[in-house]
Design a protein around this ligand. Structure first.
Ligand SMILES: Nc1nc2c([nH]c(=O)n2[C@H]2C[C@H](O)[C@@H](COP(=O)(O)OP(=O)(O)OP(=O)(O)O)O2)c(=O)[nH]1
Length: 134
């Protein structure tokens, strides 16, 4: 029996050739910042909300640019569920700082791929292939 795919959004933000990632309280792995949209929420509103909650910063809606769609095995599910993650770049206002449910943020290079579930590993590989992260 197949289970529903998780529909998720991610903000791809590279600085100094490293990718911003977050680790939620109680979780072991580093995630791309973002998460599931709420019912009826569009990509821009959903990702702005998630990034405000996770990193305390405002994304700039007009600057949103589609980057990629990932489809990978989701972290933390024993049923083989997959996550479909629509990824955007966007300008931001403010300095990213871990929000209430975030234990830490980190700037990852491709050498840190083992710290991420498959979607993050895939993204680090894509960015490294494009010459954007170390
Ligand atoms: N945000 C994010 N989620 C990821 C990544 N890799 C991955 O497998 N996932 C999965 C795990 C989460 O179940 C889901 C995203 O949901 P979410 O970030 O809104 O998290 P949530 O707190 O609602 O998750 P959950 O407790 O319901 O599992 O996608 C990633 O890099 N970033």
């Amino acid at each position: 029996m197949s289970v529903a795919e998780i529909d998720s959004l991610a903000w791809i933000h590279v600085r100094d050739r490293r990718l911003l990632s977050v680790r939620t309280e109680g979780k072991a792995k580093f995630y791309l910042p973002g998460g599931k949209r709420e019912p009826g929420e569009g990509d821009v509103a959903g990702l702005c909300r998630e990034i405000r909650e996770e990193l305390g910063i405002e994304l700039d809606p007009p600057s949103f640019r589609f980057f990629a769609v990932l489809n990978e095995q989701a972290d933390g599910y024993a049923d083989g569920r997959r996550v479909r993650m629509t990824c955007y770049t966007a300008d931001h206002r403010g300095e990213p700082a871990p929000g209430r449910e975030i234990a830490e943020s980190a700037w990852l290079s491709s050498a840190d791929a083992h710290l991420c579930p498959p979607a993050g590993r895939r993204m680090l590989g894509m960015l490294a292939d494009a010459g954007l992260v170390d």
